[in-house]
Design a protein around this ligand. Sequence first.
Ligand code: GLA
Length: 413
Amino acid sequence: MHLLFVGIVLALSSLVSSLDNGLVRTPPMGWMTWERYRCDIDCEDDPENCIGEDLIKRIADKMVDSGWRDLGYVYISIDDCWTLKARDSSGRLQPDPKRFPSGIKALADYVHARGLKLGIYADLGNYTCGGYPGTTLDNIKIDAETFAKWEVDMLKFDGCYSNSSEKAIGYPKMSAALNATGRPILYSCSWPAYEGGLPPKVNYSLLGEICNMWRNYDDIQDSWESVLNIIEWFAENQDNLQPAAGPGRWNDPDMLIVGDFGLSYEQSKSQLAIWAILAAPLIMSNDLMTISEDSKELLQNRLMIYINQDPLGKQGKRIAKVGCLEVWLRELADEQYAVAVLNTGTDGLPKRFTTSLAELSITKCTFGYKLYNVFDKEYLGTFKPETAFQLPVNPSGVVMLFVRPAALAYHPL
Ligand code: GLA
């Protein structure tokens, strides 16, 4: 009787065995095909934009040559539409040989030789969202083993064409299968996005044990409207989402679209500021070959990255909403803070926001704090908690502040 009980406990615990890969103690940073390149498989007529090894290699080279890798953008991920429409004779997923003539292992070697990591995409279900072969429950083991054999470093596991009960089995099962390969593979789960993103349907403590990151909500599109919609959803549901995040386990509001067609300069700052406050993965989906200098400078802003990558790993929150002004706050290590004041308004006149650190509940250091404007790259001076200051915030733009105890040395960034 006793032994039977032990056996059952062991069997159950192996079912929910936690993902023990030690990865992403700070939010992952990198690049992914989907939002910018979608399911473009037309390499004959559109060789610059089609999903294939050439695109990945060109982006990998750029990530090295233009300083992206050295700032932490190291994951380069292939999203949907990389396979043939059928598995091979041994039941394995196979890349389309026209678009990936060297195969995924060779591509991983290419990426690794440049100090980068390769990500790949699969879907728990009968098909991927784009209609390519899916990973049914029976295929999980072979797919995990295939990815490990190819030396892939990240798996985005989507959830089209499966139901809730299959997902409840499949996501933990893939986690265990990845663990069993012995290769640390960042595991990105789209599971919560398919279940409405909220408890009780979504169990965030379980997700934190089996996945490294997860999509909570809708797909991002190339527009400010889409970014705003995501920001609002994350703010409204922050009490459920915020405690779920921490080192090794991150909420994912989806890709950065800075550098694409839909966001103005101000809006680009806003996406970055809120993603940094949310401790979100910074995964770009853009054309690094033609990106403007302005967008590049924003994405490469060292202080924004420093805030996003803070080792405490505590997701920030919206702490106030006054008309179209929103105040966001993230607590960082060493009693530092990041503040973002976002103006969601469309009134052309910049809004003046008057506040003080005390009003933002930043009061511990009575000697005061050094303030930096992150995107203006400007040191604003030392402020006592009760000293009032005013920030002009542009329409659909943001002012992001980095707040540092005055006793700490001048920030080198
Ligand atoms: C879903 C995902 C997207 C992308 C597409 C691919 O919509 O949420 O991020 O992976 O599928 O088809």
